[in-house]
Design a protein around this ligand. Structure first.
Ligand code: NAD
Ligand code: UFG
Length: 331
């Protein structure tokens, strides 16, 4: 089977390409390198010993998509390409709608044209908005977006459901990620955002390397065990494996939606302390005000993915911290 991976040189995409190759899929990547580098293609080859086809192109470029679908018999698409920075989305909402929503429309139009009807889509726990419970399961309705980035994920989920109603030969799986962290055990690929990171683990990595002086912990007065925010961190390799399971399970009976998390919540301090312990490094931190828009505590109910996909995250927080540092220290 030939799988087109959009955003395949990015953080989650690259780890998923490795798992696809390990599972004997042929992979074609499209990425415009807006948030990754071409080098990743060689790194994937180094890990797997296999080549994958790479197109440097934008998913909004219909001619480029045409060329890819003409040159390759694409059986299914795993769609990662998009912008993901919450803060930036508030400043540049139109760019986010254009890249994430318009990009997905162009991709789906081309898929239709070439009768490719299978898609696994990268969504986010952010689509739940701010429900009253901490444990999010898939029966909770999509909430109100807290930022434009989240809004694009909600729009795309709804669009995919509408598309299926109009044409039930589509086979679609929507995966809602919680907080992906960690890196491939080889240390060859991982998360390396440009500039000052927004997310916790990349920020910790930069403090550990001495590239940033200290971590600011956003809020120490949440109603959690130690006052800091609680999230469900999931190792990116577990997450990548979830995509293979979702791909294998695709059928046209309905649009499937799954949470991908571990089901466990850890606080910011849990993550910092674990990183310090397993890597034997001190992380300097200070407490500052809460970050606007942050929720206090949430984690995934993973029972649906476990039951229907036969998938369960296997790696714990110690491995996440170890692998993150194993990658970052060599960067
Ligand atoms: P990433 O930025 O590392 O990867 C995205 C890749 O897509 C990058 O390589 C980028 O160059 C590429 N890209 C962006 N726009 C493109 C376009 N128009 N055409 C072609 N390529 C394009 O991000 P990631 O963390 O790997 O996230 C992948 C997906 O998962 C995104 O859709 C993101 O919204 C979603 N997601 C991520 C997280 C997270 O915390 N990392 C959480 C929930 C959901
Ligand atoms: N945090 C800090 N200091 C930092 C960065 C983060 O204390 O410098 C805290 C946050 O307040 C939060 C936790 O660390 O309590 C995790 O924050 P992240 O920014 O790493 O992740 P978020 O949970 O805010 O958001 C992530 C993705 C979103 C996605 C969401 C879905 O960044 O794209 O998960 O669950 F929508």
């Amino acid at each position: 089977m030939v799988i087109l991976v959009t955003g395949g040189t990015g953080y989650i995409g690259s780890h998923t390409v490795v798992e696809l190759i390990k599972n004997n899929y042929d992979v074609v990547i499209i990425d415009n390198l807006s948030n990754s580098s071409k080098d990743v293609v060689n790194k994937i080859e180094k890990i797997t010993g296999s080549k994958c086809k790479f197109y440097e192109a934008d998913i909004r470029d219909e001619n480029a998509l045409d060329k890819i679908f003409k040159e390759n018999k694409i059986d299914a698409v795993i769609h990662f390409a998009g912008y993901k920075a919450v803060g930036e989305s508030v400043k540049k909402p139109l760019d986010y709608y254009d890249n994430n929503v318009v990009g997905t429309i162009k991709l789906l139009e081309t898929m239709k044209k070439y009768n490719c009807k299978k898609m696994v889509f990268s969504s986010s726990a952010t689509v739940y908005g701010n429900p009253k419970v901490h444990k999010f399961d898939e029966t909770i309705e999509r909430g109100k977006a807290v930022n434009p980035y989240g809004a694009t994920k909600i729009v795309i989920e709804e669009m995919l459901e509408n598309l299926y109603v109009s044409d039930d030969t589509f086979e679609i799986s929507i995966l809602r990620y919680f907080n992906p962290v960690g890196a491939h055990e080889s240390g060859i690929i991982g998360e390396n955002p440009n500039g000052v990171p927004n997310n916790l683990m990349p920020y910790i990595q930069k403090v550990a390397k001495g590239e940033l002086p200290e971590l600011s912990i956003f809020g120490s007065d949440y109603n959690t065990k130690d006052g800091t925010g609680v999230r469900d961190y999931i190792h990116v390799v577990d997450l990548a494996k979830g995509h293979i399971k979702a791909l294998e399970k695709l059928d046209n009976k309905k649009v499937y939606t799954y949470n991908l998390g571990t089901g466990k919540g850890y606080s910011v301090l849990d993550l910092v302390k674990t990183f310090e312990k397993v890597n034997n490094i001190k992380i300097k931190y200070k407490f500052v005000d809460r970050r606007p828009g942050d929720l206090d505590c949430y984690y995934a109910d993973t029972s649906k993915a476990e039951k229907e996909l036969g998938w369960k995250a296997e790696k714990g927080i110690e491995e996440m911290c170890k692998d993150s540092w194993n990658f970052a220290k060599n960067m």
